[in-house]
Design a protein around this ligand. Sequence first.
Ligand SMILES: O=C(NC/C=C/[C@H]1OC[C@H](O)[C@@H]1O)c1cc([N+](=O)[O-])cc(O)c1O
Ligand SMILES: [Mg+2]
Length: 214
Amino acid sequence: TQTTRPQRMLAAVQKNATRGDPRSVVKAIDQFCRQKEWAMNVGDEKGCILDSVVTEVNPATVLELGTYCGYSTVRIASLLPPDAKLITLEFNPHNAAIARQVIAWAGLGDKIQLVEGASGDWIPKMKEKFGIETFDLVFLDHWKDRYLPDTKLMEECGLLRKGSILLADNVISPGTPDYLEYIRNSPRYKSQYFRSHLEYTKAEDGLEKSVFLG
Ligand SMILES: O=C(NC/C=C/[C@H]1OC[C@H](O)[C@@H]1O)c1cc([N+](=O)[O-])cc(O)c1O
Ligand SMILES: [Mg+2]
């Protein structure tokens, strides 16, 4: 029977990456996407910007919205300090099942909590279910029309503190116009655009980094 693209991506990781070596997992996925099949991972160019933000923030608590196959999950978790906690939300059970195996191959299972379900349902439960007070860093990479409602929801649930960083993928391609308009005009955020390209292509895309001012 026909395999799915996430299944073929996982097979490429298991074939080409070294168990317990997160950077080799990242490299294997990027190679698969360049040489075999495009897939919607943040990719290596935007990934380097992601790395620099994670390193700068050095977060103790991270929320990722949109795991997909775990590429950015592994990329972020490989840079976190020892006791840091990364919670990643994925709506699609098949993608979540693949991501769990990618994360396991990278040996990062103890740093990452993958939660299956809708961000709108889980964001209000972060405190009670995971003992999270606030997030130091949020990486938005899920459905583009969920960036704005979920940001407002995080504000309402008190999950952001003065200095929390939101980093949003795809603000140009596919684009998140309502989110950009809100975050760039809100007095509660200070935003910065990092221009780059849509993963594995020459199309423009970029990451929007926003600091919550409280
Ligand atoms: O839809 C995108 N991401 C949303 C992911 C959505 C997740 O929810 C549905 C599925 O569970 C997936 O894992 C996307 C799309 C493109 N694209 O070029 O179409 C590029 C990207 O970097 C993206 O993150
Ligand atoms: Mg993306």
